[in-house]
Design a binder for this molecule. Structure first.
Ligand code: PXP
Length: 264
């Protein structure tokens, strides 16, 4: 590991409660698998990408095993779980099939997301309030297997309250609307969305001070700092923009650049 990477690295093993007040960085490596699947060959390897991210200071690795297996494959989940030295955050839909896989793999985190076959990426947050009983049962089954559970939700009070009622260990606030407004040059809307996210963090901490609050979706080096500055955010999960940077500067440099943008 380079000196710079060492300085930027803050693994949860060193800092389980992340008392540094700076959010951790989880890197989503799904896009590496997307590139591989485009050719149906064995490279590039999401495992190799994950290990490079860790070497450069990523605090965790996120992969999404989708029902349609469009990018990450079952074998990736098993291989990556075996070799990570930080933590795996396994994104998945709350289905019976995924529960079985999670029980076998035992990732540190499972993040439950809504999943639609036709979507390009996860479009909205999980409707926790609308399926409280079934999700409460699902969350407790994962927790009984020793897995911590995060729920990907929109920054709305009803969903936060439902996540608390569900007994989730964490929520991940959907930052997509904030990111999209910024990309469209609509700074007023971006400000409104940023405020919604800040209020959601405050609400979550008030409702359950022990529940961790993560955030992610659409974050880039340009828009990440305002989110990273919000007090109480534990971890940011970033994929698309970071992998896009890696095409030009390499994976390790891309991780270091994102951490620098978060913490500047
Ligand atoms: N968090 C969740 C729950 C996601 O589904 C995704 C996209 O896979 C991300 C974070 C990362 O979003 P992006 O790829 O836009 O950085």
């Amino acid at each position: 590991m380079t000196n710079k990477a060492q300085i930027l690295s803050t693994t949860v093993e060193q800092n389980p409660q992340n008392t540094s007040k700076k959010p951790l960085l989880g890197v989503n490596v799904d896009h590496v698998a997307t590139l591989r699947q485009a050719r149906g060959v064995s490279y590039p390897s999401p495992l190799d990408a994950a290990l490079l991210c860790e070497k450069a200071g990523a605090d965790g690795i996120t992969i999404h095993l989708r029902e349609d297996r469009r990018h990450i494959q079952d074998a990736d989940v098993h291989e990556i779980a075996k070799q990570l030295t930080t933590r795996m955050n396994l994104e998945m839909a709350a289905t019976t099939e995924m529960l079985e896989i999670a029980r076998q793999v035992k990732p540190y985190w499972v993040c439950l997301v809504p999943e639609k076959r036709a979507e390009l990426t996860t479009e909205g947050g999980l409707d926790v309030a609308g399926q409280l009983a079934s999700l409460t049962d699902y969350v407790s089954q994962l927790q009984a297997a020793g897995i911590k559970v995060s729920l990907f939700i929109d920054p709305e009070d009803t969903q936060i309250a439902a996540a608390v009622n569900c007994g989730a260990d964490a929520i991940e606030l959907h930052t997509g609307s904030y990111a999209e407004a910024g990309l469209a040059g609509n700074t007023d809307k971006a400000d409104v969305e940023l405020k919604r996210i800040k209020n959601a963090v405050t609400t979550a901490k008030r409702m359950d001070s022990k529940m961790l609050v993560n955030a992610g979706h659409g974050l880039t080096r340009d828009n990440v700092n305002a989110i990273a500055q919000i007090e109480g955010i534990y971890e940011l999960n970033i994929g698309h923009a970071l992998i896009a940077d890696a095409l030009f500067v390499g994976m390790e440099q891309a991780v270091m650049m994102m951490k620098a943008a978060m913490h500047q």
